[in-house]
Design a protein around this ligand. Structure first.
Ligand code: FES
Length: 133
């Protein structure tokens, strides 16, 4: 799995104001074949992130852009076969029950010049992939 450099911007924090769960694809500027599809999921002030790959068939969770939450907005849901995932990425119902999404470590900081955001705007950045044990 290709990983972006730590500190790579994912999105503006306020991009999650209207849609609490969104997906973003980070690309290697040297090789567009290298990509990482990430889900960012906000719940109040808490923001969690995961690799957008269902543990059941290794496909992205959503069929339609950013349709990532169940009808109650309380869990991520895979549109393929309905697996649902809690805030820790654990599947609690569906064909991969007991399995987990791969967590992504993120940080929030102020944007710097040349990052594509207004300087000082709060952005969420990639900090690494957390292996699950
Ligand atoms: S591919 Fe996600 S539940 Fe089957």
């Amino acid at each position: 799995m290709w990983l972006p450099a730590p500190g790579t911007p994912i999105c503006a924090r306020d991009a999650l104001a209207d849609k609490p769960a969104r997906s973003f694809i980070l690309c290697d500027p040297q090789d567009s074949e290298n990509q990482l599809d990430i889900i960012v999921w906000r719940d109040g002030e808490d923001v969690a992130a995961f690799v957008n790959q269902c543990p059941h068939l290794k496909v992205p969770l959503e069929t339609f852009p950013d349709r990532l939450l169940n009808s109650a907005g309380s869990a991520l849901i895979c549109s393929a076969h309905g697996a649902q995932f809690d805030r820790q990425g654990g599947c609690f119902v569906g064909p991969c029950e007991g399995d987990v999404l791969t967590r992504v470590a993120i940080e929030t900081r102020s944007a710097k010049a040349d990052e594509g955001y207004e300087v000082g705007r709060k952005i969420i950045v990639f900090a690494g992939v957390l292996s699950h044990s």
